[in-house]
Design a protein around this ligand. Structure first.
Ligand SMILES: Nc1nc2c(c(=O)[nH]1)N[C@H]1C(S)=C(S)[C@@H](COP(=O)(O)O)O[C@H]1N2
Ligand SMILES: [Mo]
Length: 258
């Protein structure tokens, strides 16, 4: 069953999204509609937690006030997602997938490698220790799921842009597509791949990424909705062809971001 059919208690999700849409400036509206027009997309767009408990009035006031910010984010593809202090980290951080945690893939370091294909100069696969040796940084950002929940986490890893540079990726290509150990897939546009907060993540909350959050590697993209943050990544492909993804193929728009 689709993750997206859960009822939202307290507010009529469709009406809320419809009213919010009316208040948006033209360009935001187009992006929002093409991004699936979900509560999650609304949260990303406004930088404001949109949850089941929020009153419609609060949300709409917020949206009208934040038009400027929204416009800025839309005209600047490098706009940064907000960052938070460690005290804001959500504990425990939720697990989510299209299956339960018991069925999450169990990856062994010795069997794992990151396959690199497509428009790159060097297609040799990477082992985990080679990736760990690249320069790493930490971000504390909010993960937003279209199901209507969000949570703040701390993620440590290597900028995807740094990795793409090292493998000689053609950064004029349109897409980077990811495949995961259990078959999940997703794709992002090149601009998002090169965004400074888009990260190949190896640690959650200072510890090696646990199985729940995608061991040994996930791609963390705080400017895109949760479903565009692939866990258990085993393969990365640079291409001009749009290859879709698990949710994208079920009708969730490719954009799904700011
Ligand atoms: N491999 C894989 N990656 C995935 C998913 C999945 O089912 N499999 N679900 C996506 C969705 S919809 C969400 S909200 C986040 C959840 O990440 P979390 O378990 O770290 O909270 O992972 C995303 N990446
Ligand atoms: Mo999600």
């Amino acid at each position: 069953m689709s993750l997206f059919r859960k009822p939202i208690i307290g507010v009529d999700k469709r009406l809320l999204v419809k009213d919010a849409t009316k208040l948006m400036p033209e360009l935001s509206r187009r992006r929002f509609l093409s991004g699936g027009a979900s509560l999650g997309a609304l949260t990303l767009l406004t930088g404001c937690e949109v949850s089941e408990s929020m009153s419609a009035e609060n949300l709409l006031t917020h949206i009208s006030k934040f038009n400027d910010k929204v416009q800025a984010a839309i005209f600047n593809p490098n706009a940064l997602a907000p960052t938070y202090p460690s005290s804001a980290i959500t504990r425990p951080f939720p697990f989510n997938a299209y299956y339960t945690l018991d069925d999450a893939p169990e990856v062994e370091e010795k069997d794992w490698q990151l396959e690199v294909t497509g428009l790159v100069e060097n297609t040799r696969p990477w082992k985990l220790d080679e990736l760990y040796a690249l320069p790493q940084e930490t971000q504390i950002t909010r993960h937003i799921c279209v199901e209507g929940w969000s949570a703040i986490g701390s993620w440590t890893g290597v900028r995807l842009s740094e990795f793409l540079k090292r493998v000689g990726a053609d950064t004029r290509a349109k897409y980077v597509w990811f495949r995961c150990a259990e078959g999940y897939t997703t794709s992002i546009d090149m601009q998002t791949a090169l965004h400074p907060q888009t990260q190949m993540t190896f640690k959650f909350d200072g510890e090696i990424l646990p199985k729940a959050y995608g061991y040994p590697m996930k791609v963390r993209i705080p400017t895109r909705l949760g479903f565009k943050n692939p866990k258990y990544v085993v393969s990365l492909d640079v291409s001009n062809d749009y290859k879709g993804g698990y949710w994208e193929d079920q009708g969730y728009n490719d954009y799904s971001g700011l």
